[in-house]
Ligand binder design. Structure first.
Ligand code: NAP
Length: 311
């Protein structure tokens, strides 16, 4: 997959500050609208395949246990797949499934030529080794891009799948018309699914960011973030990045998805990011909301991988 070279700007109206009603400086990067554009592009390619007499791409989603959050993510993935014409099924198993049984499921999906993409919803129950299951997925069907072979290809800058959340972040930046080349980019978080692969993508020739990766042992974090042109937070702590930690005009991408109690909601909670949105949006030039920022992009880029797997 190539990133587009002529970014289309999809920015929503300025949001009023939800606490003070003030007009913040930042414009909101509308992840929902950009992800919808990507789904339309995928649909056009799927339709072209069908017109050539080829079958629709097929994604198998493996869900173990009954965690409501995982079930909700999986529903979102099927809904988005249906919009693009990609066929998908949920293969749901009880939390009591053994590791060997699950590896058997993966082996059958690997051998099935009608299956283009395999997605195992993480985390798995404690008695199952996530990495062992990831390693068992055929790298050519690994649409999450978690398999060590695909991670290695990414590291070397070879063609192949791109990890969905990091690739979604780069697309958000490019399609919002943000120049990345040479920019001082600070990522907070070094996980294998967000921080580390994002650093690799941003460093690639052609993207050319200057990248700093921070984590829980980083010293003087605010001093580092105050020098950033672009900040990506992938920590998992509500409201962690505050206005005093950023410079005027910074671009902020908030990957965090944190549940905070909210008695006014039927569910009893709402989703917030790692960024103190009301404070930081007054200094930032561009910022992603949570929800409606990175989340929809992750799903769109995973579908892009599924189409690429089928092609
Ligand atoms: P993770 O594996 O828990 O990693 C969190 C990272 O944050 C770690 O590297 C940790 O440092 C660092 N960290 C924690 N506290 C810190 C602090 N006080 N200062 C600096 N760094 C700190 O998390 P993840 O899987 O990457 O996910 C991060 C967040 O993104 C979560 O809220 C998750 O729900 C969300 N997420 C969203 C999407 C999406 O599509 N929107 C996709 C994936 C994840 P150490 O390594 O030193 O412990």
């Amino acid at each position: 997959m190539e990133y587009i070279s002529h970014p289309r700007i999809v920015l929503s109206q300025r949001f009023p500050n939800s606490v003070t009603g003030d007009d913040p400086l930042a414009q909101i990067i509308d992840g929902r609208a950009i992800a919808a554009d990507i789904r339309k592009e995928i649909k056009t390619e799927v339709d072209a395949r069908l017109a050539e007499g080829k079958r629709a791409p097929y994604l198998a989603v493996v869900l173990v246990g009954d965690d409501p959050a995982s079930a909700a993510y999986v529903r979102g993935k099927h809904k988005a797949a249906a919009e693009t014409g990609i066929e998908s099924d949920n293969l749901a198993y009880p939390a009591t499934i053994s590791e060997d049984e699950l590896l058997g499921v993966i082996a059958r999906l690997n051998d099935d030529p009608a299956v283009d993409g395999i997605l195992v919803q993480l985390p798995l129950p404690d008695h199952i080794d996530d990495q062992k299951v990831i390693n068992a997925v055929d790298p050519e069907k690994d649409v999450d891009c978690f398999h060590p072979l695909n991670v290695g290809r990414l590291m070397l800058g070879l063609s192949g799948f791109k990890p969905a959340t990091p690739a979604g972040i780069v697309e958000l930046l490019l399609r919002s018309g943000i120049e990345i080349s040479g920019k001082n980019t600070v990522i907070i978080g070094r996980s294998n699914i967000v921080g580390k692969p994002l650093a690799i993508l941003l460093l690639q020739k052609g993207t050319d960011a200057t990248v700093t990766v921070c984590h829980s042992r980083t010293r003087n974090l605010p001093e580092i973030t105050r020098q950033a042109d672009i900040i990506v937070t992938a920590i998992g702590r509500a409201g962690f990045l505050t206005a005093d930690m950023v410079k005027e005009g910074v671009v902020v991408i908030d990957v965090g998805m944190n549940r905070v109690e909210d008695a006014s909601r039927e569910s009893g909670y709402r989703l917030v990011g790692d960024v103190d949105f009301d404070g930081v949006s007054k200094k930032a030039s561009l910022i992603t909301p949570v929800p409606g920022g990175v989340g929809p992009m992750t799903i769109a880029l995973m579908l892009r991988n599924t189409l690429d797997a089928a092609q």
